[in-house]
Ligand binder design. Structure first.
Ligand code: ADP
Ligand code: MG
Length: 255
């Protein structure tokens, strides 16, 4: 059975229906990309999967690791192994990267009845060091304050490091592409390529096919008007690059 199963998912915000029946299946070891024009519901899907309170699910179901996810709080989803890359985007004064990551790891280690089971400091240092080496992140990064004056590329490094230490079963990356210069593109793609494996899968959401030159997805899904209108293999990226979304009835101006 796939690790993540989305069935006929409908979701609204402020009474406006955005997702209109999304079906998708994804397992560890796989990279799926969701592509679509602006406003097609890509970020809505990411938010709904993580349990953002502004969205109302009106129909359908989401199963993750055999559990009905829609009934779970965001932190329970996270502990189950679902990860959203932009979950902590703002600056946190007074909290270093290392401390923040340790809190995140400890939140995951809490027992189901909420009892603390904190990671020992030497063990955490080792975990951090190994992952920083794997992702080629400079040591000085961890003593800086979280996101305080971080460049776009540094924020992406931080996200990848967070993903690395938490080792989710499925990571969702909503790449708006706006802030993705070549440097940031490389960081995200190197991170995904080095972390995805038998124990981890990724759902990479992107507007442009540019990112998919660096991350080779196994499957590509085209989201238009809140529905997956087409699914295919990696070759779909070239087709979308060439023809855009107009074959799916999207006006050129909306792309
Ligand atoms: P994407 O990430 O694909 O660009 P989004 O999921 O961000 O698309 O947005 C999908 C649609 O939801 C857009 O048409 C947007 O205008 C609409 N939308 C977002 N927030 C609200 C809101 N608060 N009320 C009504 N519509 C909204
Ligand atoms: Mg978006």
């Amino acid at each position: 059975m796939p690790d993540l199963i989305i069935r006929n998912l409908h979701a609204s915000i402020d009474g406006a229906e955005i997702l209109r029946g999304v079906d998708l299946e994804l397992s560890r070891g796989e990279v799926h990309a969701i592509m679509g024009p602006n406003g097609s519901g890509k970020s809505t899907l990411a938010h709904v999967l993580m349990g953002h309170p502004s969205y109302e699910v009106t129909e359908g179901e989401v199963e993750f690791m055999g559990e009905q996810v829609l009934e779970l709080d965001p932190d329970e989803r996270s502990r189950l192994g679902l990860f959203l890359a932009f979950q902590y985007p703002s600056a946190v004064p007074g909290v270093t990267v290392a401390n923040f990551l340790r809190m995140a790891v400890n939140a995951h280690r809490r027992t189901p009845d909420g009892e603390d089971n904190p990671i020992r400091i030497p063990e955490f240092r080792k975990l951090l060091q190994e992952n920083m080496e794997q992702l080629k992140i400079d040591r000085t990064m961890t003593s800086r304050y979280l996101n305080d004056g971080f460049s776009g590329g540094e924020k992406k490094r931080m996200e990848m490091l967070q993903m690395a230490v938490l080792r989710p079963q499925i990571a969702i990356l909503d790449e708006t592409d706006s802030g993705l210069d070549i440097d940031a593109l490389r960081i995200v793609s190197d991170g995904v390529n080095s972390l995805v494996g038998p124990e981890m899968g990724a759902l990479v959401i992107t507007h442009y096919s540019r990112l998919l030159k660096y991350i080779k997805p196994d499957h590509i899904h085209v989201l238009v008007g809140g529905r997956v209108v087409r699914s295919g293999g990696p070759e779909l990226a070239d087709e979308l690059e060439r023809d855009g979304y107009t074959p799916y009835g999207v006006e050129e101006a909306a792309v």
